[in-house]
Each structure stands twice: as structure tokens, then as C-alpha cells.
Design a binder for this molecule. Structure first.
Ligand SMILES: Nc1ncnc2c1ncn2[C@@H]1O[C@H](COP(=O)(O)OP(=O)(O)OP(=O)(O)O)[C@@H](O)[C@H]1O
Ligand SMILES: [Mg+2]
Length: 435
């Protein structure tokens, strides 16, 4: 790009920026009452000046004064309109906009012409500060890649980066860099969602972490021993039970994790042959549902359950240590065959379960990429990991965030695959089913 082009580009960008600030200023005048004071004050001062100009007594023989007076009077409408435009641009400029733009420039969040994004709006919602940017041609993936640099530059946690209403805006949800999550957050029964089929995981800095199994059907939980996987798994299963799903739990860890309350409400499987039988039944059930939905012309379980037909329940299959079930090392030929069959059934459920209301919640602590076949893993879209080493974090999340961001001594602290850190709710498993 030659100097002339560069100059023109910079001028155009500056003009575009001023126009965007002007638009935001108009928006602020319409929506924010405090801006009215500035507008009223401006109009008042303009009227006073106009009055003063109109009543300015001067000596007509003083030719210099006369020219000045006539000049001012003629210029006044233009000056006052120009001033008003400047005021609107000022009202459309968020606090610290320049500093924030410079910080983004310093960390290299710039387009090919070296320009950083433009901060359009900045406002608070509870403890969250929302920042809206005109991305200036910088794609969302670049923002994601530079998330940590942005956090350092702004001294804020960036909880979420997404497009605004259109792709012409990028929205950052941020929280003060000094704010920490509490050591323990207790589950309250009122958190249970009555929406089909939202499960709540815990508390992040920007609110609750939750997913809707109707949209994202399966969950993978990872974390080293003692990170809080079983507690989180049980928190999710508890909600499934309360939401009247049918729950199957594969527990191959000796049965110590599940107290009698769970045995009363869920089907607990502790042996491989029984597991294969159950999974075979679940795949048969999936085929049945396929048939029924086809007859009724429904695309999925939510649609079907809205019809005037016998309701069907969602089914949740949970496994606390999936590696214990799927690891084939050191097994006999027959045992390997059994595991292969179990794996095959889980793959079918992972691929097809969503529409038919059959969901998998799998937990693992073993950092071994060969345990979870690609078929299963690739179909699990919601993945969270507690404290972990690089290898486990990479297997669960496809990045090393859990190793980098979850302190090694933390319990019940997790990070989602898209970078949200949350504290899982702690609950009293003996008491929770009594109310
Ligand atoms: N959400 C939480 N908040 C506070 N403390 C927690 C939370 N979750 C777990 N803990 C603490 O961590 C301990 C270990 O949790 P948990 O048994 O779930 O770990 P785990 O990852 O399943 O370990 P393992 O892999 O050995 O089974 C719990 O006994 C509890 O004291
Ligand atoms: Mg456990």
C-alpha cells in the first residue's frame, strides 16, 4: 500500500469512526436520560449567546466591530450546529474508549491495515461490564486467539466473546480482574429449571453455567482425581431425576460413590455384561422412538411430547469413569469383544440420541486419547474439565486451558471447552431428594 492509499484509508476510517460515534450518541440521547442534561445545557448556552449577539451594542462607526458582529451573526447557525454534532459524537464516546482501543492495538488485535477495533458502547449489567465493538474487519477467531492478551491488557476476565445482533458487532462480556469465585457455592432447589431440558452446572463470574440437552445432547466431564467430577456428575444426575428422566448409571468403581438414595432412584449397573444388555435396550428404544416419531411426523422428543399422545421420558446414561469401562488393555479376546460391543452401542447413542431424548454424561480422569473413540468424543459437544495436566486438558477440551487456568489445589472448579470458568454447586446428596 503506498502512502497516498494509506492516508486515504486512515481518513476514511476516521470518518467512519466519527459517524459510528455520532450514531451511538443519537442512540444514547434517545435511551439515556443523563445525556438530556448535556443537550439542554448546550441549547441554553446557544440561546444565551444568540441573545447576546442580537443585543450587542456597538459603535456603527467602528468598521472593524461591525464586520465582526455581522460575521458572528452569520456564522452562528453553522457554529451552533457544528458544536451540536461534536456534542453528539462526545456523548457517543464511551468512557476510556481511547485507552481501550490503544490497549487492543498494543496486544496486536489489529486488521491488515494495522487498525484496532472501535469501542462503541460500554455498560454494566449487574457485575458484568459489556463492551460492544465495531470489529474493523477482525474476525471472531482472532479475538478468541488473543483472549488472554486482551484480558491482560484490559485487566479484566473476558467471560464470553460473541457476535452482536449482526456480524458488524463483537460483544465482550467482561468482569473485573480482581473478582474471584467463592470456595463453595451451595445448590438451592429453586435453581432447578423447569425448562425441557436445562441442566445447571454451577456459578461462573457472569452467572449460572447451564446447558439445554435438547440442543446439546451429551456431556463429557474430565479432571484429575479429587477435582470434583463425581460431585458434578451427581449434581447433573440429581436434576435429571427431579426432572423425571429415566437415569442409568454405570459405576465400575466399586459402588462407593453412590449411596443408597441413588440406587432407589436410578438404575445402577456395575458389571460389563449387564451394561451391554442395558445399552442394547437403549439402542432398541432409540429405534422404537424413531418409528413412533415417524408415525406422528415429529422431528424430536420435545415436539412429540407437545402432542396429544402418551408422553415419553428422556433417558440419561451416566458413567463416572468411562475409562474403566472402555479400556481394553490386558483383556482377554472375549472381554475385548465385549468392550468393542459396548463402545459400538455408545457410539450409536452419541450419534443419534439427541432427537430421541437419549443422552450421555460421561466422566473421566484418565489422560488417554485411545480410550474414548473419535465416534463418541466427536459427538459430545459440551465438555468441561476440572484441574488437570496438559494431556488430560487437551483430550477433554482440545486446549490446555484446564492445566493453565484451574489451580492445582482447587476442588469443584471447572472450565468449559469455550473458556468459561465456573464453580460447581455443592449439595447434600442425602437430603436433596427429601424436598
Ligand atoms: N463443587 C464443589 N465445591 C466444593 N468442594 C467440592 C466440590 N466438588 C467436589 N468438592 C470436594 O472435592 C472432593 C472430591 O470430589 P469428587 O469425589 O467429586 O472428585 P473426583 O474428581 O470424582 O475424584 P476421583 O477421580 O478420585 O473419583 C469432594 O469430597 C469435596 O470435598
Ligand atoms: Mg469420582
Amino acid at each position: 500500500m503506498n502512502t497516498q492509499n494509506k492516508f486515504e484509508l486512515e481518513r476514511d476510517t476516521r470518518l467512519k469512526y466519527q459517524f459510528l460515534r455520532f450514531k451511538t450518541g443519537i442512540y444514547n440521547i434517545i435511551h439515556k436520560k443523563w445525556t438530556w442534561f448535556a443537550v439542554v445545557a448546550y441549547i441554553f448556552i446557544a440561546i444565551v449567546i444568540k441573545y447576546w449577539l442580537d443585543n450587542w451594542t456597538y459603535d456603527a462607526s467602528d468598521i472593524g466591530m461591525t464586520i465582526n458582529n455581522i460575521g458572528f451573526r452569520m456564522m452562528f447557525p453553522f457554529l451552533s450546529i457544528g458544536g451540536f454534532i461534536v456534542l453528539i459524537v462526545f456523548l457517543g464516546t464511551p468512557k476510556e474508549a481511547k485507552k481501550i482501543n490503544q490497549s487492543l492495538n498494543i496486544v496486536g488485535l489489529v486488521n491488515h491495515a494495522g487498525q484496532s477495533p472501535l469501542l462503541l458502547k460500554r455498560y454494566k449489567e449487574n457485575s458484568i461490564t459489556i463492551m460492544e465493538f465495531e470489529p474493523n474487519g477482525i474476525p471472531l477467531s482472532d479475538w478468541d486467539d488473543k483472549k488472554e492478551d486482551i484480558e491482560t491488557a484490559l485487566n479484566m476476565h473476558v467471560e464470553n466473546i460473541r457476535y452482536g445482533k449482526s456480524r458488524a458487532k463483537i460483544v465482550l462480556q467482561t468482569i473485573s480482574g480482581n473478582e474471584n469465585l467463592p470456595e463453595v457455592v451451595h445448590w438451592k432447589d429453586k435453581y432447578l429449571s423447569d425448562e425441557d431440558f436445562i441442566l445447571i452446572f454451577g456459578q461462573s463470574r457472569t452467572g449460572q453455567t447451564k446447558i439445554n440437552l435438547a440442543k446439546i445432547p451429551h456431556i463429557l466431564l474430565g479432571g484429575s482425581t479429587g477435582s470434583g467430577k463425581s460431585v458434578l456428575l451427581k449434581l447433573l444426575i440429581m436434576q435429571c431425576v427431579k426432572k423425571d428422566a429415566e437415569v442409568f448409571i454405570a459405576d465400575f468403581k466399586g459402588g462407593v460413590d453412590f449411596l443408597p438414595v441413588w440406587h432407589e432412584r436410578c438404575n445402577i449397573i456395575t458389571e460389563e455384561n449387564a451394561l451391554l444388555e442395558i445399552l442394547t435396550d437403549l439402542v432398541d428404544e432409540l429405534e422404537n422412538r424413531k418409528q413412533v416419531f415417524r408415525e406422528y411426523g415429529c422431528a424430536n422428543i420435545s415436539e412429540y411430547n407437545k402432542m396429544n399422545a402418551p408422553k415419553i421420558k428422556r433417558i440419561v446414561f451416566a458413567c463416572d469413569e468411562v475409562a474403566e469401562v472402555l479400556d481394553k488393555t490386558g483383556l482377554s479376546k472375549d472381554a475385548k469383544e465385549l468392550v468393542t460391543q459396548i463402545e459400538g452401542k455408545l457410539s450409536i447413542l452419541a450419534r443419534q440420541g439427541r432427537a430421541f431424548g437419549i443422552h450421555l454424561i460421561l466422566a473421566t480422569q484418565r489422560p488417554d486419547a485411545t480410550i474414548l473413540s473419535g465416534q463418541i468424543r466427536n459427538n459430545i459437544d459440551f465438555r468441561v474439565c476440572g484441574r488437570a495436566d496438559n494431556v488430560l486438558s487437551q483430550i477433554i477440551l482440545d486446549n490446555t486451558n484446564a492445566a493453565d487456568k484451574i489451580p492445582k489445589d482447587s476442588q469443584g472448579l471447572f472450565i468449559t471447552h469455550d473458556g468459561v470458568i465456573f464453580k460447581g454447586y455443592l449439595f447434600d446428596e442425602k437430603a436433596v431428594f427429601t424436598h
